[in-house]
Design a binder for this molecule. Structure first.
Ligand SMILES: Nc1ncnc2c1ncn2[C@@H]1O[C@H](COP(=O)(O)OP(=O)(O)OP(=O)(O)O)[C@@H](O)[C@H]1O
Ligand SMILES: [Mg+2]
Length: 315
């Protein structure tokens, strides 16, 4: 199909509600060819709802979604062949082996057993081709799900939390496969994740979602620059009951007390500006610390500052 725009994915003012929940609220975004985009957000942010609308599995209440300048309502068959998807939860047929499962999906797209062999190699499942899917480990299941998503050589890959629950080594294995694809096939991808490290390591662009809306978007360094750039002084006081007022210190942007752990986080403009005054101030108050850490602001700090929530908190 002829492409009139370099945008592979175009989402224009898309909304979707379930009763009184605005799961996706007037979202617009674009993804260019070869770009990897992360939808990052806590539970209930609307990531799955948005991705499933892009996949044609759910329909927007309003707005428009175009993939390769095509519309689910008019070019369903074309789009089914153009995309590869892996859902948040994948169920396989227990009593099919890995190879049989891949052969089954290959047959849907008239792909040959040669393609199945390529997928087995790409996903590192050579040792498991004869194993029943029910006996696979979590990481192997995720790799099989990714293999199925890739079987039709999709130009657009849509992955909903491909590494959730995996140990760091299995997660890195999935990252390796995805980076390999980016380099070799110029695949375009939208991935949802709770992991900031995943978004920043894999993706060109990051979209932070919360309560159905986009809070911030851009490359990692863009997100952590300009008005959002900052540094952090973080400490555990000896006496968590004592909470002095630090708002009088120079360069203070925000103060967060974690009631459970007793930790205090000062978001500031510059450590060199605030730290000496902070030390004098605490000394004068007789306020002693168990530990103190100074560091640059991260994506998680930015997210907590914007929403008052961590990535892993539930609604
Ligand atoms: N089929 C549905 N019926 C009713 N409410 C729904 C339905 N699907 C999603 N929701 C609600 O819409 C909101 C967004 O859900 P969604 O699954 O898109 O979030 P998410 O960002 O994918 O979360 P998670 O990180 O937990 O997967 C939530 O409040 C959820 O309860
Ligand atoms: Mg989800």
């Amino acid at each position: 199909m002829k492409q009139a725009s370099e945008n592979i994915v175009e989402i224009k003012n898309v909304s979707k509600s379930f009763k009184n929940v605005h799961a996706v609220n007037d979202i617009s975004l674009t993804v260019k060819k070869g770009e990897y985009l992360a939808l990052l957000g806590p539970n209930g942010a609307g990531k799955t709802t948005l991705v499933e609308m892009i996949e044609g599995l759910q329909h927007p209440d309003s707005g428009e979604i175009l993939l390769l300048n095509s519309h689910w309502g008019r070019h369903k068959d074309f789009l089914h062949r153009a995309i590869g998807i892996s859902l948040q939860e994948t169920r396989f047929i227990d009593k099919l082996t890995v190879k049989e499962t891949l052969m089954l999906f290959a047959s849907f797209y008239s792909e040959s057993s040669k393609r199945v062999d390529e997928i087995v190699e790409l996903t590192g499942l050579q040792e498991k081709t004869r194993s029943y899917t029910v006996n696979l480990s979590g990481g192997q299941r995720q790799r099989l799900a990714l293999g199925i998503a890739l079987i039709n050589k999709p130009g657009i890959l849509l992955l909903d939390e491909p590494t959730t629950g995996l140990d760091p080594a299995s997660r890195r294995e999935i990252w390796r496969i995805l980076l390999d694809l980016k380099e070799r096939e110029k695949t375009t991808m939208i991935l949802t994740t709770h992991y900031m490290e995943e978004a920043s390591y894999l993706c060109d662009k990051i979209v932070i979602m919360h309560k159905g809306r986009i809070l911030a978007r851009g490359k990692l360094h863009e997100l952590l620059s300009g008005n959002n750039s900052g540094e952090i002084i973080e400490f555990f006081p000896d006496n968590p009951e004592q909470k002095p007022d630090f708002s009088c210190l120079p360069g203070i942007r925000n103060i967060e007390w974690d009631e459970q752990s007793g930790k205090c986080k000062l978001i500031i403009n510059e450590i060199v500006e605030t730290l000496p005054v902070f030390m004098k101030h605490t000394h004068a108050l007789g306020y002693t610390l168990k530990s103190l850490e100074c560091r640059k602001m991260t994506l998680e700090d930015l997210f907590v500052e914007m929403t008052g929530r961590t990535f892993s908190e539930n609604e």
